[in-house]
Every structure is written in C-alpha cells, then in structure tokens.
Design a protein around this ligand. Sequence first.
Ligand code: HEM
Ligand SMILES: [Cu+2]
Length: 409
Amino acid sequence: MYLNAKVFFTNLILSLIGVVMILVAIFGFNFSDGWTFLFPLPAYSAGLYGKTGALLFLFGMLVLGIGYLVMYFYLAARLTKEYGGLHKTLGWDYIFGRKEGYGPPPATVATTMVIITNSIAILAGAFVLVASILNIINPAITIDPMLAKHLTYAFGHIFANCTIYMAVIAVYEILSKYTGRPWKSNKAFLIAWNASTIFTLMIYTHHLLMDFAVPKWMLIIGQVLSYANGLPVMVVTAYGALMIVFRSAIKWNFASTMMFLSMLGWVAGAVPAIIDATIVVNHVMHNTKWVPGHFHTYMGMGVIAMIFGFMYYFNNTEGTQTQNSLDKFSIFTYFIFFTGLTGSFLYAGKISAPRRWAEHLPQWTASDQVGALCGIFIIAASLIFTIRFMAGLKAVGKQDKTEILKSAS
Ligand code: HEM
Ligand SMILES: [Cu+2]
C-alpha cells in the first residue's frame, strides 16, 4: 500500500510553521499561558503583553492541528478504500466472530485508533482555539469557561496519549522485522485496541480531579477508566514484544534495543500515571512534580526512545548508518540518566515540591540539582544520536543506491 508523500509533507510543513509560530509567540512576544491555553487566560496574556503573542500562539496551535487532520483524513480515506471501513481496520469482523484467523496488520489497527481519537481531540481543541481567538479580537464573544476547560483537556489528554499510540507502530514493525516473525493481531490484541479507542476518549477528566464544579460521576469515570485504559494495549504490546523476541534469532542493534527498552519506559510510565489518576491521591499530588515525573517517563523513555530507534532503523536501511561501539554506550547513558531524571521528579513530587513554580524552597533544590545533572547526560546522549543520524544521512545520494540496499540487507 503506497502512501502519498505530499500529504506527509503537508503535515510536516504545517507542523513546522505551527511550532515556529508558537515559539515566536512565547520567546518573541512573551505569551504567558501554558500549553493548556485555558479560556480566558490567553485574553489575559493579550491584555498584559499584547495581542500579537496570544494570536500567534493560538493560530500556531490551529495550524498544527490542521496539519494532523489533513494526514488523518487522508489515512482514513486510504484505509476505507483498502479495507472497506474503519470498523474493518479495527478488526470487528474478527472480534464478533464473522471471520476466523488474524485481523488486519497491527500498524493498521493502531493507525485507525489514532485517526478516530485524535481527530476528535483536534476538533475539540480547534473549537476552543477559535473561541479564544474571537474573544481576543472581540471581547463580547465568549465561551463558557467550564466547557472550554473540558474541551481543552480532552484535546490535550488525547493528543499526548496518541503520540505513544502512533510511535508504537514502529515497535510492531521493527521487532517483527528483526526477529523474522510476523506480529499478528489476534483477538486479544484487537479487543485491547478497541477498548483503548473508547477509554482514551473518556478518561480526560483525570485532569480535573480537583475541580469541585465537575460532576462527581465524571470524576469517577475518569478514575475507573484510567485504571482500565492503562492496561490493555500496554499488556498486549509488552507481552507481545517479549513473546516475539523470546527464543528468536533477533538481531540486537540500536533499533531493536531501543524498541525493547521503550516497552520498559511505557510500563514504568503507567505506574505513577495510574497512582495519580486516583482521586484521593490526585488531591495531594496534582500540582506537584509527580506529574512531570509521570509524563517524562512515558514521553522520554517511551515515545522518544521509539522515535530514536526508528530514526536508526530508517538510516540503517535507507542511509548509511551502521552500528558502532558508541551506540551501546549512548543508549545505556540515555536510559540510566532518564531513570534518574524521572526519579528526581517523582521524588520531588513525593516531598510536595510544586510544579509550574518560579521559586523553590531550599529543601526542594537537591532533587532539582540531581535532575539537572541527569539532564546534561541525556542531552549528551541525544546529541550523539542526532549527530550520528545526520552523518548517516549525509552520505545518501553520494553512494550508489544498489550499494545501500546491499549494505542494508
Ligand atoms: C493509562 C494511561 C494514563 C493515565 C492513567 C494518565 C494519567 C494522568 C493524570 C492523572 C494526569 C494529571 C495529573 C495532574 O494534573 O494532577 C496526567 C498528566 C499528563 N499525562 Fe498522563 N496518563 C496516561 C497516559 C499518558 C501518556 C501515554 C502520555 C504521553 C505519552 C501522557 C502524558 C501526560 C502529560 C503531558 C500530562 C501533563 C498534563 C498537564 O500539563 O497538566 N499520559 N496523566
Ligand atoms: Cu490524561
């Protein structure tokens, strides 16, 4: 199944434009709201620092979202054409017993989940962004702040979660390639991804657990389904990764090691997440560094590890990067110090150091310093990954294509 490169370029270009607009808004025009752009905070920022920054930020987010929608709608159309509908690519025929055997390829199932959930998320986010933009241009136009908060966190939660659901496609593809075993979507796999499709849409209220104005039943749904959502896909994926590697003749190189270790990051990230999604715990931990501890584990040791692993895989097959002794060292450095960094965040959360706070009390600064030190090593390892990636790309085109293919096989 060939994909249209133009669509992905559009996504890339719109993403870059969006990110540059956001950075200019923050660093050039002092836009002072967080990612949450909670209504009416962008208008307050516009009042303090001028409309340009606020509008650049809000339009930048909008442009980013449009870039993703273009990609998702294209993929939805392609999948529908190939398979006959998104219910087919979610494997309903197999779940409901209309067909025997294995469902569509895991990459297809995961893509469908992300198309459905993240398109809804982006539309929710776009609604609030447009409302905020209109409000800044004409203050007479407003939106109910509570509704805006729900939509904003639905957007933020789903989008953040989808990063891992998109990246995990690389795990399925690469581990199966290196072990020489197919990664098949059995019934448990399909049910897990279907469950995640629904739960991911419903659990965003775990961001509102301290909000007294949110109906209690919504918060309980947030807690219960957060527990339920943590497990299915993670279990089938982590277990699947162990099974596909077990007694296989896997080639352990940079890509396969990163993919395997990213499972560890994913599983580890779920633990502080689920603890914090508990209403009584969240009342204590919500505004502490426990939260950055949670999401840096997911993002840094899960999503980003998958992306670095994929970059190596790509370069190793399409470019000229090959394994060297520095790789083992940098992977080791990256994971050890990322564990230190997230550990320092979680510890700071335990001793109630607040997040999003300019001043830190003396008793909080020791964990900050440990975190900063770990950060230096993580940056060093990431620089090595990136420089080696760039160097491997540079030779592309200078080398005969058949040579590249030979060295990749
Ligand atoms: C079952 C899965 C998950 C659960 C139960 C969960 C739970 C939570 C909870 C309860 C919070 C809010 C903490 C607070 O503000 O008090 C939170 C925040 C966050 N989570 Fe997760 N999470 C999950 C998956 C993920 C994934 C996969 C990612 C990204 C890869 C992620 C990224 C984030 C981020 C970025 C925040 C901070 C949002 C903010 O700025 O306030 N989460 N998570
Ligand atoms: Cu969330």
